[in-house]
Ligand binder design. Structure first.
Ligand code: S3P
Length: 424
């Protein structure tokens, strides 16, 4: 689906509820499927990725009953059926990497497949630690399909080279059903939704700085209320900051400190941002965010901040084109391994729009403030975050832009356009 985006001549105004967090939605399905008995999930995501996870656990014999569009009960027998049909992870890296850990840990033989984009993404990062635990996993040169055969696992102490919540969670989930204590240490702290939700469901899991340890545990069924996704909120945060006259309130946004890098960066750039109504839901901090159009200055983003805003970097690049001075983003090489090579794709798209942006091996450098031009067609490369970032850029281009493959936004955020329209 092609999408035309026109410049906005008046600010975004109003208050919207941000839809459910994708990362937490995946985990809610996975962990309630592991917990024998009946769990309830409230405010489940309508995105295609969490739905890929749900379909997999249905195939494995878990019962899901929707009470309304976003509330469901999960009835788990506490064990899974084996299936000869491959488990289809669609576009979702989180599904493939976390499900591999779960199924290897409980010795369910399986084949995991994905779409064209997911089949190009690196899986050695999970094959290596799972193999060290004793798992038998075959791949095609480190890529899907992943063939997991029955093998007993043992606990490990793993020092990961990557700050990746997917890698960390994969190992912890394998460790959840393995005798002994499994420990993962990361170079920087990545999102900790797995740790918080497993703890909430009764697992013996503990964090000490960059190290997380888990000991074999049985999960209890629970009610899990999912907060709004700060990665979805990011498009509205950036749009409100760069479209003159904007004043927006985003309700029910997850404010887990392992995810709020975008707020830190916006504040460093001089953004007018306020947090209101803070509370806790299923162990996660939540609040409302008020954002007003602001005059911005450049800043550097690197090191331990990167995992806290990894998914927001394409839209932060759009933001940086509107900040005075040089914004330098480094230490983000793993951005090349997302749904697309987000470094090259972002740089090429913003150059086409007239931005002054230079590609680095591990990030990009942007000189601002630049008047973006538009008047071009841009591709999304099967990448939801590229689709939505380009939409935001289009709101400040005097000439209309055309985004090819805009339907990819539905991977995480099917309500995206409707919510934008409600603020226009
Ligand atoms: C995710 C972790 C991140 C993020 C992805 C979702 C998760 O990936 O980019 O969109 O739910 O654990 P990495 O942990 O590989 O950086």
């Amino acid at each position: 689906m092609d999408k035309k985006v026109k410049k906005l001549y008046k600010g975004l105004n109003g208050s919207i509820k941000i839809p459910a967090d994708k990362s937490i939605s995946h985990r809610a399905i996975m962990f309630s499927s592991l917990a024998k008995g009946k769990s309830t999930i409230k405010n489940f995501s309508k995105g295609q990725d969490p739905n890929s996870t749900l379909k997999i656990f249905k195939q494995l014999g878990v019962e899901f009953n929707f009470i309304d569009e976003q509330t469901l009960t999960v009835v788990s027998p506490g064990k899974f059926n084996s299936t000869d049909t491959p488990l289809d992870c669609g576009n979702s890296g989180t599904t493939m990497r976390l499900v591999s850990g779960i199924l290897a840990g409980i010795e369910i033989p399986t084949v995991l497949i994905g779409d064209e984009s997911l089949s190009k993404r690196p899986m050695k990062r999970i094959i290596e630690p799972l193999s060290l635990m004793g798992a038998n996993i075959q791949s095609t040169d480190g890529h899907a399909p992943l063939i997991i055969q029955k093998a007993p696992l043992h606990s490990i102490n793993y020092a990961s080279k990557l700050a990746s919540a997917q890698v960390k969670s994969c190992i912890l989930l394998a460790g959840l059903n393995t005798d002994g204590t499994t420990t993962v240490t990361e170079p920087s702290i990545s999102r900790n939704h797995t740790e918080l939700m497993l703890k909430y469901m009764g697992a013996d899991i503990n964090t000490n700085g960059k190290t997380v340890s888990i000991t074999k545990s049985t999960l209890e069924p629970k009610t899990i209320e999912i907060c709004g996704d700060i990665s979805s909120a990011a498009y509205f945060i950036v749009a409100a900051l760069i479209v003159p006259g904007s004043d927006v309130i985003l309700q029910n946004v997850g404010l887990n400190p392992t995810r709020t890098g975008i707020l830190e960066v916006c504040r460093a750039m001089g953004a007018d941002i306020e947090i209101l109504n803070q509370t806790i839901k299923a162990g996660e901090p939540v609040g409302d965010i008020r954002i007003k159009y602001s005059s911005l200055k450049a800043c550097n983003i690197s090191g331990e901040t990167i995992p806290k805003l990894i998914d927001e970097l394409p839209v932060i690049a759009v933001l940086a084109t509107q900040a005075q001075g040089e914004t330098r983003i480094t230490d983000a090489k793993d951005l090349r391994n997302k749904e697309s090579d987000r470094i090259t794709v972002t740089v090429n798209a913003l150059k086409k729009l007239g931005a002054n942006i230079e590609e680095l091996d591990d990030g990009f450098v942007i000189q601002g403030k630049t008047q973006l031009r538009g008047g071009v067609s841009l591709e999304t490369f099967h990448d939801h975050r590229i689709a939505m970032s380009l939409f935001v850029a289009g709101l400040i281009c005097p000439q209309e832009i055309l985004i090819e493959g805009f339907e990819w936004a539905g991977i995480s955020f099917p309500e995206f356009e409707e919510l934008f329209n409600s603020l226009m």
